[in-house]
Design a protein around this ligand. Structure first.
Ligand code: IPD
Ligand code: CA
Length: 265
């Protein structure tokens, strides 16, 4: 049986190489290849090329594992391990040249259903800053040789990260929800990449993150980072992170934030 540490080694190597490829393509110029769920939901040629690279590397190293990627879909494996991949999380930042985008790779046990899987290893790599956040189940969350720990929130309130997604119909309700959160927030950040929001919670750079409407590849690796950094991570009350909601924070602040949010049941 492969250990979580072995899976993490593979995830970090491939995330680093994939990120360097994406960064090279960024410097050569970005081409928007298509739009997806909404006009603002773009895919670049680099998203596709980088996912193809990751998929080929995983197929070579781990031919029996499943794959579930944002750009090229899912394929079941026979080993019980599935790789959940976002080749570029924060594609709009990538297209605009804002240095907050990342490659996110997670290895999970079980099927590619967030409700059913257990994450074993996760890597989130921002090639612009060179930061590679990594975690393995039971092995802690790390940035370089620094072990990560979620923050404790003081009297000024929590620094809260969130996102608004691409569907314009959700923006009104999302803003109303944010208004309910403001009384416990010292300020708000909209970083533009869910994987980096979650890595930031793990690193104590923000105190909390919540968002509705994200996909499994946006949060698979990041949720493990938060859990391994001592944080609480969930979705609808008592549930797993999912499309309806992702919430991540230190346990105390989590219990203050959770009742203020709306949930899709
Ligand atoms: C998006 C980013 C963004 C979040 C969206 C995601 P993408 O991922 O993580 O912060 O608000 O919901 O879809 O499309 O750039 O991979
Ligand atoms: Ca993406």
């Amino acid at each position: 049986m492969t250990s979580a540490a072995d899976l993490l080694e593979i995830a970090t190597r491939i995330a680093r190489e994939a990120g360097e490829l994406a960064h090279r393509r960024r410097r050569e110029g970005v081409t928007v290849a298509a739009t997806k769920s909404a006009a603002a939901d773009i895919v670049t040629a680099a998203d596709r090329e980088v996912e193809a690279f990751i998929r080929a590397e995983l197929a070579r190293e781990r031919p029996d594992d499943g794959f579930f990627g944002e750009e090229s879909g899912a394929e079941e494996g026979t080993s019980g391990i599935t790789w959940v991949v976002d080749p570029i999380d924060g594609t709009v930042n990538y297209a605009y040249g804002i240095p907050a985008w990342a490659v996110s790779i997670a290895a999970v046990e079980g099927t590619a259903e967030t409700a059913a899987w257990t994450a074993l290893a996760g890597a989130v790599f921002n090639p612009v800053t060179g930061e590679l956040f990594r975690a393995s189940r039971g092995g802690g969350a790390w940035l370089g040789d620094q072990r990560l720990a979620v923050s404790e929130v003081g009297p000024a309130g929590g620094l809260v990260a969130t996102g608004f997604g691409y569907n314009p119909e959700t923006h009104g309700p999302a803003l109303a929800q944010l208004a309910r959160v403001m009384p416990i927030a010292r300020d708000v950040r909209r970083i533009g990449a869910a994987s980096l929001d979650l890595a930031s919670v793990a690193a104590g750079r923000v105190d909390a993150y919540y968002e509705r409407g994200t996909q499994p590849w946006d949060h698979a690796a990041g949720a493990l980072l938060v859990a391994e950094a001592g944080g609480a991570v969930g979705g609808a009350p008592g549930g797993r992170p999912g499309n309806g909601m992702v919430i991540a924070a230190g346990p105390d602040f989590y219990s203050r934030l959770e009742p203020l949010l709306d949930y899709e049941r």
